[in-house]
Design a binder for this molecule. Structure first.
Ligand code: ATP
Length: 329
């Protein structure tokens, strides 16, 4: 599939100033300020395919927001190139913003004192959307999101979940081909999160490409087809979600409630991960060494248990492993 975004050797260096501690140091810094560079994004290259949903993950301060800001053209890169559908985001701003949409969980695009429906109309005028297209899109999105009841109330009285639904509608009125989402489900309850995710899936099926940064791994598991992980400004993973799941090998996590305490764990191809109590244990099973059927047979021979649950390796464990392994290198 064709690339919609190509990023090459992207670097963003912020300059901060060292602040002295104590009176003497503070006085000195009035006349001489020592520059301290922060490499927020340090030589990152990647590509995004048309129609993809790509998740950008990373711990706090990794450089995700800085990357998204450069992609949307609100921040100049120190060096490197960004190509989004043939556009350089910091040049030809006017035509570029017609092609993209953005939803930032921490920042509203709606006008606080007027109802969302009026903000929508404002975007309609800014982007020159025809009456027919506007009516069609608004009706459809309003139905999908069930926002009819509250889009006529001032934005400032809306709940966070209601406002976020309106933020999405606001970003989609001009039918952008690429949409950037920075923490779009932050602070939302499970139902609101699910609504937002369904909306993203639906818009993606109609051809919109989404670039998503989030700390919510559920967002990534449910939405992303490809994942980029950045840590300390550097790219440490760039592959499909399937391959991300396989980073620690083909493993299953088995939780057991035993009937009698076990002296030791010795089933080949598996290892004890956690012992919550004498009778409650968690085991990791390596499917490259033992099939789950053989493991179950061995388990039944070895011990009596009253409860069992078999799960995938948690995404959190995999991602923490990726963050840490890069740190140790
Ligand atoms: N304007 C700025 N001046 C100086 N340093 C900055 C500036 N903006 C961000 N930084 C620094 O750059 C690094 C990357 O910040 P960024 O906001 O991109 O991280 P992030 O991955 O989005 O983090 P989070 O998940 O906490 O939002 C951080 O160390 C941050 O302190």
């Amino acid at each position: 599939m064709a690339n919609i975004i190509t990023v090459e050797h992207l670097i963003k260096k912020y300059e901060t100033y060292k602040k002295g501690s104590g009176f003497k140091e503070n006085l000195k810094s009035l006349f001489f300020r020592e520059k301290v560079p922060v490499m927020a994004v340090n030589d990152i290259s990647f590509e995004v395919k048309k129609g993809d949903i790509i998740g950008i993950l990373g711990p706090n301060g990794a450089g995700k927001s800085t990357t998204i800001k450069m992609l949307t053209g609100t921040l100049y890169p120190t060096s490197g190139t960004i190509d989004v559908m043939g556009y350089n985001p910091t040049k030809n701003r006017k035509s570029y913003v017609h092609q993209i949409g953005a939803v930032f969980g921490q920042k509203s695009q709606l006008i606080w004192d007027i109802p969302p429906i009026d903000s929508f109309r404002m975007n309609k005028a800014i982007y020159g959307v025809s009456n027919k297209d506007y009516d069609e899109r608004i009706n459809r999105m309003a139905k999908l999101f069930e926002v009819e009841d509250f889009i006529t109330r001032p934005t400032r009285v809306l709940s966070l979940g209601e406002r976020m639904k309106c933020e999405f509608i606001m970003a989609m009125i001009h039918q952008p081909k690429v949409v950037f989402l920075d923490e779009p489900t932050i602070g939302l309850d499970v139902i609101a999160k699910q609504n937002i995710r369904e909306f993203i899936k639906e818009m993606n099926q109609e051809g919109t490409t989404f670039i998503l940064t989030t700390h919510d791994l559920e967002d990534v598991e449910q939405l992303a087809r490809d994942v980029i992980i950045i840590n300390h400004g550097e790219k440490v993973f760039d592959d499909s979600i399937e391959n991300l799941r396989k980073v620690l090998g083909a493993k299953k996590i088995v939780q057991l409630t035993l009937q009698r305490p076990l002296k030791q764990w010795d089933i080949e191809g598996s290892s004890l991960l956690d012992k919550e109590s004498e009778l409650n244990i968690t085991v990791s099973v390596d499917l490259d060494q033992i099939s789950i059927t053989d493991f179950m047979a061995r388990l039944s021979d070895k011990c009596a248990f009253s409860d069992i649950s078999i799960k995938e390796m948690p995404m959190e464990t995999i991602i923490t492993h990726i963050y840490q392994s890069k740190k140790e290198e």
